[in-house]
Design a protein around this ligand. Sequence first.
Ligand code: G3P
Ligand code: CA
Length: 258
Amino acid sequence: MAHRGASAEAPEHTLAAYTTAFGLGVDGIECDVRLTADHHLVCVHDRRVDRTSNGDGVISTLELAHLEGLDWGSWKHLDDGSAPEGADRDPERGRLLTLRRLLDALTRQNQELLTLVETKHPTRYGGLVERQLVTVLREFALTGGDRPNQPHVRVMSFSLLALMRMRGLAPDVPLVYLVEQSAPRFSWDGSLPTGITAVGLDVRIVRRTPSVVHAHHRRGHTVYVWTVNDDEDVERCAELGVDVIISDRPRHVLALLD
Ligand code: G3P
Ligand code: CA
């Protein structure tokens, strides 16, 4: 799965990053969503716009029109300091992506692609992020469970409260409970909150305690691991039978797995 799109090659969370990933033949994509001040869901990781645009401020205090006026691509440089190929030609490399535009592009692919939507939810909005998410997923007929040859969706969160809200609003949408290295150890023995059967593990947990993958598999859970960018981690995940590898470098991971 392409984490924030093919985000090593193109500015994260732009349509350019996602279309690059589709072209590579990934099985799916990951995307973070945040709510703007006027209640649109936009694909941005950070609470603030500063790192990935030429603006400044907190997403939840800014309106969509303002965010759409920012440049979301010029900050991106490759590891060697150069601008990504085609950076000056593709306007999508600098354009904010809304969840609706991403799902529109995804459904046009006409493949069984999986979309992992992670809710980043400012507490000031209560359950509004989840309600807006369900509204948008319904527009694209993505709340009816998995169907053959159709795109499908999982909702991921570090917040159990956010997942429970989703369960209440759209029981057919499968959920993934994200666990980071600093999380309490309870999830490491393979236990998960009631009703959740998929876990998204920080790759550092898998490095330190590889048996966590088998512990979850023994309980019948699907295991996602993020963010898997190094060769050693890709090999470790493959050997352990991890179900879903989430990477900023899908081109490289696919070549390694081949
Ligand atoms: O796929 C889960 C992963 O994206 C969680 O961490 O900080 O990259 O959103 P983060
Ligand atoms: Ca994420």
